[in-house]
Design a protein around this ligand. Sequence first.
Ligand code: 5RP
Length: 227
Amino acid sequence: MANEQSKRTAALKALEYVKPGMKLGLGTGTTAGFFIEELAKAKIDVTCVPSSNATETLARSLKLKLIDLNTALAAARIGEIPQLDLCVDGADEADKKFNLIKGGGGALTREKVVASASKEFIVIIDDFKWVDKIGKYPLPIEVLPFAQKFVESEIKELGGTPKLREKFTTDNRNIILDVTGLDFSDPLDLEGMLNNIPGVVDNGIFAIRNADMVIMGKGKEFRVFEQ
Ligand code: 5RP
């Protein structure tokens, strides 16, 4: 499939930024999965922090060295900011200002924590996901089950249409609302506004912690965009 080839191309290019000894955040999804496979093949000596149970299972099956985020950050030397060196992840949409929509796989909350805890954040996508303006992809929002109806009504107040992701529970035991119809003219503002609704755990806009680099694959070709 052309799309799959594009994702693999981006994943392979991202491997060039991985150096021995790094603490590395691993994203979730098919593109991140290709990166994880290539990383395992390359046998670079890194310690990885997975952003989901699925990624943990995959990385473990490929014999990558794993550590949880708290342990990784606690291991910082005195005087050093506790951070991972690099996070590599996919996205559902990325725009020219490096804002993202993520969470198609439902792992957005942990993905955002891992990306925010990393010095460098590289996003790997196929060319269909490189857009002028994010917001066409339904925005995933992780919500406490207890707060579902309240959050839905607050989202409607903001002009959005929430749809419960059926038969899906996040790794944090929450639900996902996939939301259309919101105004994305200021993604930074919208990200904060949605996260201010009590009961919202996090939303899939990555504007506060946007990408430092986007690697876009198109077939066997790639382009690298850097802030
Ligand atoms: C998971 C994500 C993924 O990165 C995003 O959905 C892209 O997935 P894929 O690489 O399978 O197209 O945010 O929560």
